[in-house]
Write a protein that binds this ligand. Structure first.
Ligand SMILES: [Zn+2]
Length: 277
């Protein structure tokens, strides 16, 4: 069987048995109970095998259907009760049902237990952030393909090099192309050597076109808070202050930078369309 046909079958079947509609990979696990059944058997002696369909076409998508193990065994053991015309009808009706459900957005999937993944992400975030306050902005294309972009392309590196970050004496200002490191996802531009003082950033560019921009706001907060503490009478005590204008400026700069990089490297169809292909 061709991979293309198998993928097509799973996709159009909506992950469900064409007869009883049971879900075929419960709990989002990698293991599956789905079985690919032949409508006309591969051999002349097999179920419904005495058919005019050429042997060369019997592994094609048009002669396959996705079933649960119970129904696979039933249609093959009781082949007379399940003629190929009936199976074709069931398959067509099922695929039509799946596409209708998707259009109405009502096909339900069981939630995946990703608590372990989230715990791992949380731990790695805590160790990266050094418990400072960060502002995070990210954008993801609607159409995610591997290798949509080349993160090490000159135009992207040039775009990064030109980003000016908010700096009024509190923060480290600019992004430097010498801080770029290729990694398993694409590339990261990172500077955290002054993180203890509250300055740092991390920009990750994924081959899929996903971008993340992290900026440490701690430097700004410390400066304002120190400043206010020493100033009577608006002494702030143990409160820490985030200046709204700084926060808004950071987010604006982050989104501007991400947008700039996108317009340089990502095809328009990846930004807009879920439908084509
Ligand atoms: Zn079934």
């Amino acid at each position: 069987m061709r991979i293309k046909d198998i993928k097509l079958l799973w996709g159009r079947s909506g992950n469900r048995c064409a007869i009883c509609k049971i879900e075929l990979s419960p709990d989002g696990s990698a293991e599956t109970i789905g079985e690919i059944a032949h409508i006309v058997s591969r051999t002349k002696e097999g179920p419904r095998g005495n058919d005019a369909l050429p042997f060369a076409k019997r592994n094609d998508y048009s002669n396959l259907m996705l079933l649960c193990p119970n129904h696979h065994s039933e249609i093959d053991k009781l082949a007379d009760s399940w003629p190929s015309s009936k199976l074709h009808q069931i398959k067509n009706d099922h695929e039509k049902w799946v596409s209708e459900q998707l259009e109405h957005g009502v096909l339900s999937f069981k939630p995946i237990d990703n608590s372990q993944y989230l715990e791992k992400m949380y731990d790695s975030w805590v160790s990266f952030s050094k418990s400072q306050i960060w502002v995070v902005a990210s954008i993801t294309p609607l159409r995610v393909d591997d290798d949509s972009i080349d993160p090490l392309d000159d135009s992207i590196i040039e775009a990064l090099n030109g980003i000016n970050l908010p700096g009024d004496g509190f923060w480290e200002p600019d992004i430097n192309k010498y801080d770029i490191m290729p990694d398993e996802n694409g590339m990261t531009n990172i500077r955290t050597k002054n993180l203890e003082e509250g300055d740092g950033h991390k920009i990750s560019i994924f081959r899929t076109g996903h971008f993340e921009f992290l900026f440490c706001l701690e430097g700004s907060i410390n400066s304002i808070t120190e400043f206010s503490k020493n100033k009577e009478p608006d002494r702030i005590g143990s409160y820490r202050i985030i200046r709204y204008t700084h926060l808004a400026l950071v987010i604006t700069k982050q989104l501007e930078a991400l947008k700039n990089i996108w317009t340089k490297c990502l095809q328009f169809k990846n930004m807009t369309s879920l439908l084509s292909g």
